[in-house]
Design a protein around this ligand. Structure first.
Ligand code: BTN
Length: 243
């Protein structure tokens, strides 16, 4: 199996991130948050295993050895209102890295990376003062049976699993996009499977059902419902069917 450590990532990497690598860690997001409090930025905290990984909306995120767990610590060059765009940029960058590994990937709003209907990667973005931590979890070597229902991995999809090369592609694709709000939205629209679909979104204010027609700054999903156009900023989205 190819090496997965800081040196192997650096060998592939052209983007301006310092890589901090751990064979195993509690949560790469937690480590990146510590570094944020120390004033650091442009650090990628990367691990092959997480023992206390966190997912969106307070959920746990399983982190068995054989994954790619990567948190980008950023001092964004964006208006704070646009920070949610960084999550979309990370989803686009992850989908690109998955494709480079030979697997056809799409994005489900706002930031799940899918292969068909199965989830291959998820993203958790957190703010720490003027810093932002964007954490990406990718199933790489796991068997489907060891993943939550509906999950898949690079290996299960027949992709090339070189985790160091994967991280380098992800960081470079992210770096290309991160300062360009309109470019992020355009790239997200191109990669997304959500637009043009009937969706159900569970939001804190209730369920929204209709056709997803667009994504707007800073990551708002526009849904055409029977009662008119609804803009959704946060929630769990389910794809119902293509229109
Ligand atoms: C989701 O719920 O879909 C988001 C999962 C995000 C998991 C990643 S793994 C790397 C980083 N560290 C964490 O503790 N969480 C994120």
């Amino acid at each position: 199996m190819s090496e997965f450590d800081a040196e192997a990532i650096d060998d592939h990497l052209a983007a301006p991130f310092r890589v901090e690598f751990y064979g195993s860690i509690g949560s790469t997001n937690d480590r990146a948050r510590e570094l944020a409090r120390e004033g650091e930025s442009d650090v990628a905290v990367v691990a092959g295993e997480q023992t206390a990984g966190r997912g969106r909306r307070g959920r746990d995120w399983r982190g068995p050895e054989g994954g790619i767990y990567c948190s980008l610590l950023l001092a964004p060059d964006l208006e704070p209102a646009d920070y949610p765009l960084l999550t979309l940029a990370a989803a686009v960058a992850t989908a690109r890295a998955v494709r480079q590994a030979g697997v056809a990937a799409t994005i489900k709003w706002p930031n799940d990376v899918l292969v068909g209907d199965r989830k291959l990667a998820g993203i958790l973005t957190e703010r720490v003062g003027d810093r932002v931590v964007v954490g990406v979890g990718v199933n790489a070597l796991a068997d489907r049976g060891d993943l939550p229902d509906g999950g898949t991995s690079l290996r299960a999809e027949g992709g090339t699993v070189d985790r160091a090369a994967f991280v380098a592609v992800l960081l470079e694709a992210f770096d290309d996009l991160r300062d360009d709000p309109e470019g992020i939205l355009a790239a997200w629209r191109e990669s997304a499977d959500t637009l043009g679909r009937e969706v159900r979104v569970e939001t804190p204010d209730g369920t929204v059902e209709g056709e997803a027609i667009d994504v707007e700054r800073p990551g708002t999903l526009v849904v055409e419902t029977d009662d008119g156009t609804v803009r959704v900023t946060t929630g769990d989205c389910q794809h119902l069917r293509a229109i």
